[in-house]
Write a protein that binds this ligand. Structure first.
Ligand SMILES: [Fe+2]
Length: 311
């Protein structure tokens, strides 16, 4: 199905990552990323204090709705967890790149903390709804979560900008749009409070990705652009169109329990999208991302997406 899409080009041979600390470059260089870092510090919050956990009224929902929402929010915890190892991995990688600007490093330090709060909120809400679920039932679906993004972030053969394009701008970008959808459809006060906080944090995380790319685009040559393009194609075709964020895209219906749970969570106002809503979000997101990459000199192909045709 993915045969039309070009795969990663031949790997370059590269020097291992070693620390050469000086010069440190602590002065601001990427001013808009420095601003995002300051904004993140100002937006600091505490899941314990800022989420109205005590206002959760289980009696508003049927047992079936609570069970469904517990699964939807468990799934969200599984995905959010990915940000915990991934963030320090990108941070270490950028720290080991020679002459790297300090602004992204400072920003990522704060992002790492925010990822913990996201996991905490999703886990706790799932638990209050009826019990956090430890893992997906289907082993193939479980495998989709074991991407080991840190390995790629540490791989000197993958240019940092390609990693940020694929896994921050694209994957986090889609995640943000899906979360905006969850928030639009949520009526429960706890769900609304959590989703508002997560959307605000994710807006900064995604802006970071695009600002970083546009600042660096001037230094790209054809080879770099091709590497970025290949990594973005991989993230879209092999991860997103195989259900990394949209459970209804998981092959062989392996995530059907999540799809069914999300439908009920959506109806109960506990924060989810319907499949039709996610189709629209995904289509729009890919169109927007294609236009933005086009502006950076990277032409993305159309992606074959089963019953959705080409995206
Ligand atoms: Fe997160």
């Amino acid at each position: 199905m993915m045969a039309m899409v070009a795969r990663r080009p031949r790997r370059r041979s590269v020097a291992p990552l070693i620390e050469r600390r000086f010069p440190l470059h602590l002065e601001p260089a990427l001013y808009s990323i420095r601003e995002l870092y300051h904004a993140a510090k100002k937006a600091k919050w505490d899941p314990e204090k800022h989420i109205p956990w005590r206002s959760f009224d289980a009696a508003r929902y049927t047992a079936e709705q609570r069970k469904a929402a517990a699964l939807s929010w468990s799934r969200r915890a599984w995905t959010e967890y990915g940000g915990m190892p991934e963030t320090p991995a990108i941070l270490i990688r950028i720290c080991l790149e020679h002459n790297g600007e300090s602004d992204p490093k400072m920003f990522l330090c704060v992002r790492g903390t925010e990822e913990a709060w996201h996991v905490e909120c999703c886990y706790r809400f799932a638990d209050e709804l009826g019990g956090y679920v430890q893992a997906p039932r289907d082993p193939n679906y479980q495998q989709l979560f074991n991407q080991g993004f840190h390995r790629k972030a540490f791989d000197p053969a993958v240019v940092v900008d390609a990693y940020i394009a694929a896994h921050v701008a694209v994957q986090r970008g889609l995640e943000l749009e899906l979360y905006r959808g969850y928030l639009r459809h949520a009526t429960d006060p706890v769900a609304v409070a959590i989703l508002k906080r997560l959307v605000q944090d994710k807006e900064r995380h995604v802006t970071f990705g695009w600002v970083y790319l546009s600042e660096h685009a001037k230094s790209w040559n054809d080879e770099t652009r091709e590497e970025i393009r290949a990594e973005v194609i991989h993230a879209v075709a092999d991860l997103e169109l195989r259900g990394y964020h949209c459970a209804w895209l998981v092959p062989d219906d392996a995530a059907r329990e999540i799809v069914a749970a999300d439908a009920m969570t959506r109806q109960a106002g506990l924060g989810a999208n319907s499949v039709d809503e996610e189709r629209v979000i995904l289509t729009q997101f890919l169109a927007d991302a294609r236009a933005k990459f086009g502006g950076l000199g990277i032409e993305l192909p159309r992606f074959p997406a089963g019953t959705l045709g080409e995206l």
